[in-house]
Design a protein around this ligand. Sequence first.
Ligand SMILES: NC(=O)c1ccc[n+]([C@@H]2O[C@H](COP(=O)([O-])OP(=O)(O)OC[C@H]3O[C@@H](n4cnc5c(N)ncnc54)[C@H](O)[C@@H]3O)[C@@H](O)[C@H]2O)c1
Length: 457
Amino acid sequence: MKKLSRRDTLKQMTFAGAALAGAGLFGPNTAAAAWQPTNTSVPRGKIRFGVSGLGGRGINWIGQLANHEDIEVVAACDITPAAVTAAKHFHPSVSYYDSLDKMLVHEIDAVLIATPAFKHASDAIAALNADKHVLSEVTACWTMAEAVALYEAAKRSKAIYSFGENYCYFYHMLEMKKLYSEGLIGTLNFADCSYYAAYREMWIPFCKHKFEWRNWMPQSYYSSHVVGPLLFATGLRPVAVSGHESPNSIPSRSIGKLTDEVASFAVKLSNGATAHFVNNFMSAASTFLWWFLSGEKGSMENDRTGGGLHVFTKSGVAHSTPTAPHSAEKAAAAGHGGGDYFLVHDFLRAIKGDAPPAIDVRTGLEMTMPGILAHRSALADGQWLDVPDLDDPACRDRYRHDTATPFTVHNRPGDVSPSVLGTPAPDQGVWVDETIGDDPTAIAEKLTAYGLAGWKV
Ligand SMILES: NC(=O)c1ccc[n+]([C@@H]2O[C@H](COP(=O)([O-])OP(=O)(O)OC[C@H]3O[C@@H](n4cnc5c(N)ncnc54)[C@H](O)[C@@H]3O)[C@@H](O)[C@H]2O)c1
């Protein structure tokens, strides 16, 4: 009988086994085994990272990764020279490139993708094709065709894909995951989850450019931050989606953003339960993240602000403030309440072959696709749409050529408009580059500057 290697063993582990045996709290949601690659290139010594995309998040990531004792950030890239200059100022020892393709030639083990959301899947596919491990920023993809292509690229690659949904690692979320797996509230029968944020002021400098991704991104597209943690905590899968949106209005229109104000969508989960998600970035003043999980035996919810967790069972109400499961000091120095630290911690474990990816490609896409489909559903008055099972080749074939994107200047049949109102007009003079109008050459130049060359708009 063939002796199983450590990696073979990992590949055969089920979710429960892997989570409990190796990964502790940070185990995967799924039987990652069946689909995880036969990665053989387990790097020795420090893991050499390249960072793609040097906006605020990418530069912040270089700093966070460089602080890690097991990581060396050796390369970075951005198509915008000013972004490279800014990154060089903070991190002069890194080698910089003006494209991902060039950076992939550098000797690196892993790529952290922090480009605009619509680039994540194509960047991840390029890196996986070069057998570089990928930690992708949210969201995992922008179109349904990309979901299929990314899934298949991750299965083909010798490298690992891990979805960087850091909100899964909020300490109250980790505690909810633990309590749920222990059966404290029984089987989930309903969840109500919200990500409300007052980002309008912060987005003004970005949104004044016509082709800025934030302007064209339907609100529900960015909801893995609220969907992901629920799937992570319960191990459930999304099965179908019905979406509704409060239409584009003054808060968005007045800064140049063309998408709707509030996305609200219901998701049927694999055990029959329903979850309700709300997502809004243009809130006047409220910023909060809230998950309420109701089960047959009880319920639990986190504080809308602050780190508290409240559990309601027949024994009464228990209040706690969960803390870091380990490495508290290092985690405290990381972003997003320590979430970024644990995200990287799990990614390194997966690269080294100590555990399957905590959020593998299928789960990452299942955290992302409900948001894409919720917008489509909202455009069809809330029609229920199935979330494809990407393990099923027939489901993949159904979406393989579904390249519909909200990035359309003039909508074409089969595309999705950014808003339930169509493509709204922003307030006069908000876009500094508005004068490019509809001239195809000017548009093509602008798109190239935004890294959108070759994109259908
Ligand atoms: N997980 C989190 O908590 C979190 C927080 C902030 C941002 N993010 C995500 O990180 C990503 C980056 O966020 P940001 O605020 O830095 O965005 P940003 O728009 O400010 O920066 C993106 C950078 O990518 C560069 N870029 C564009 N196309 C490129 C290409 N083809 N190759 C290389 N570089 C390219 C741009 O020039 C820009 O410098 C976004 O997808 C965002 O959703 C996640």
